[in-house]
Design a protein around this ligand. Structure first.
Ligand SMILES: Nc1ncnc2c1ncn2[C@@H]1O[C@H](COP(=O)(O)OP(=O)(O)O)[C@@H](O)[C@H]1O
Ligand SMILES: [Mg+2]
Length: 512
């Protein structure tokens, strides 16, 4: 490695590794496309991406195990196409592969010295020297617990992984590539291994670290690169980067909790509420909710969110104040009246209070629109069925067919059917009470998209939620209720969790 060190000294600021427009195809399958990347000496790069993104292929090209189909690799200022792994090793690249390659029938020490066992003057293998050197090699990567005399095959997978890392590290590489090194390590092994990475970095070794563990990568890496479908889609520094952003980069889907502003904001007031009260839960509520807005209602349990929604939808008696819906007096005495006026409520998800449990998916989705057609609007049964089917499809409700009982669907899908019903009812104001309570993360993200799409289509949406990330992800403005009173209406720019929580507690503090 002497030649390597003198090369680095000649140009210390130059990147150690450069990939220029690297492409790789296996037959007709394009696996990498125009990958360009530089790695500085001593830099730790986290290479992230979903399975099949091309991470291992890219690293095999760097290490010389695969020839690129296009582009070139520049290592230590010298353009090269490594014809073999041994040339890569010669140049100072060590690669710990995803697949383990320890020889189970040999001792740990023999594995560490595979092919280069130290010999004494008589030409015999110097086992004592090998044992003590092995100890040092293992200790260097934080694996001093492993006995060099043990049969490698008797080690846990994580320990075998550490033996391979120790072997690679002992070559004093200039670039160390680790393909998912921590996947089978115990938390203790991970932390000592990460100590090794920090030391190696200080010693000027560049490291490319492939991992699925984002927290780890964010903790240890200088840069995080995300590979998706064979292309680098982002290059970020951990400071100021969130896990959600990285996941969005990896999956290509907008982050679940990323707010997207409305593209068609309207000044028109959809619902005007003045000095509203019921007998015991809420009082003095005044709000102007704009058309096409996603308006949040936040508060602690018992703050009066659900009660306020119930008044708006006619399920609870308004004892004081008044409301206007698109300029017309709004004082429904039943939910059916509210529905006629264009207001639909999707009740809390967890309780699936909105479903008609003895009925089919189709019947559940079309319940409100049937009621409406009974009220005078003529709809042909066939047109109705088609509209229902289209809406269920648009909401990606997962089911065998729409005649199966709604209770046979998962909670998230039941909730989507209740959404379909509300959307099919032709309402202009949609009230959502805890819309994602108890549904899984996949259904949650789909429901967020449904809500955003509804607002983009001009529907006005009120979301009552006790989950701050949900409020912040969805809402254009939020009213914070505290003990049945309006603590404040918060605009987008002021929507920080701490601020909203403080408001939610405000009425409780006044009492003390
Ligand atoms: N030798 C090969 N022949 C054909 N296809 C391959 C070969 N190696 C990898 N691939 C394909 O290339 C894609 C990327 O694989 P890989 O680099 O292993 O991804 P990752 O390490 O990011 O999970 C996958 O679709 C995989 O099936
Ligand atoms: Mg891989």
């Amino acid at each position: 490695m002497v030649a390597g060190i003198s090369m680095a000294a000649s140009n210390p600021s130059a990147p150690l590794l450069r990939l220029e427009e690297i492409g790789k195809s296996f037959g007709a399958t394009k696996v990498l496309e125009a990958v360009t990347l530089s790695v500085a000496p001593g830099e730790v790069i986290g290479l992230l991406g979903e399975n099949g993104a091309g991470k291992s292929t890219m690293m095999n090209i760097v290490a010389g195990a695969l020839e690129p189909s296009a582009g070139r690799v520049v290592f230590a200022d010298a353009p090269r196409r490594f014809a073999s792994i041994s040339e890569g090793i010669e140049a100072g690249i060590a690669f710990v592969h995803q697949e383990l390659s320890v020889v189970g029938s040999l001792s740990v020490a023999e594995n560490l010295f595979l092919g280069r066992m130290p010999r004494n003057r008589l030409g015999l293998v110097d086992f004592a020297a090998m044992r003590s050197a092995s100890k040092a090699m293992l200790a260097a990567v934080g694996a001093s617990d492993i006995d060099p005399g043990r049969l490698a095959g008797s080690l846990r997978t994580g320990e075998q992984q550490l033996v391979e890392i120790a072997r690679a590290a002992a070559r004093n590489p200039r670039l160390l590539i680790l393909d998912e090194p921590t996947s089978s390590l115990t938390p203790h092994e991970v932390s000592t291994f990460l100590d090794y990475v920090r030391k190696a970095r200080l010693a000027g070794i560049s490291i490319i670290f492939i991992t699925h563990r984002l927290e780890e990568a964010m903790m240890i890496c200088d840069r995080l690169l995300v590979l998706r479908n064979g292309a680098i889609v982002s290059d970020r520094r951990p400071a100021g980067t969130t896990k959600e952003q990285i996941i969005a980069d990896m999956t290509g889907k907008a982050s679940l909790f990323a707010y997207s502003p409305r593209t068609n904001p309207s000044d028109k007031v959809a619902l005007r509420v003045r000095n509203l009260a019921d007998r015991d839960h809420v009082s003095g509520i005044s709000l102007d909710i704009r058309q096409g807005e996603i308006f949040g209602l936040f508060g602690l349990v018992g703050a009066g969110r659900t009660e306020l929604l119930e008044i708006i939808v006619g399920a609870r008696t308004m004892s004081r104040g008044n409301m206007e819906l698109f300029g017309r007096n709004h004082a429904p005495r039943t939910p059916a009246q509210a529905l006629q006026a264009g207001v639909a409520l999707v009740p809390e998800g967890r309780k699936t209070a909105g479903i008609l449990p003895q009925h089919s998916v189709r019947r559940n989705a079309s319940a409100s629109s049937l009621r409406k057609s009974g009220g005078g609007v003529m709809v042909s049964p066939r047109g109705e069925a088609e509209r229902t089917a289209a809406e269920l499809k648009a909401l990606a409700v997962r089911m065998r067919d729409d005649r199966q009982p709604i209770t046979t669907l998962s909670g998230g899908n039941q909730q989507k059917v209740v959404f379909a019903r509300a959307l099919l009812s032709g309402s202009r104001l949609l009230l959502l009470d805890e819309p994602t309570h108890g549904v899984d993360i996949g259904a949650k993200s789909e429901i967020y998209e449904i809500i955003r799409r509804a607002a983009e289509n001009g529907l006005t949406v009120i979301v009552a939620s006790s989950e701050l990330p949900e409020i912040i992800a969805l809402c254009d403005r939020v009213a914070v209720l505290s003990k049945g009173r309006l603590a404040d209406i918060v605009e987008r720019d002021d929507m920080q969790e701490a601020h909203l929580l403080r408001l939610a507690f405000s009425e409780y503090e006044k009492q003390q």
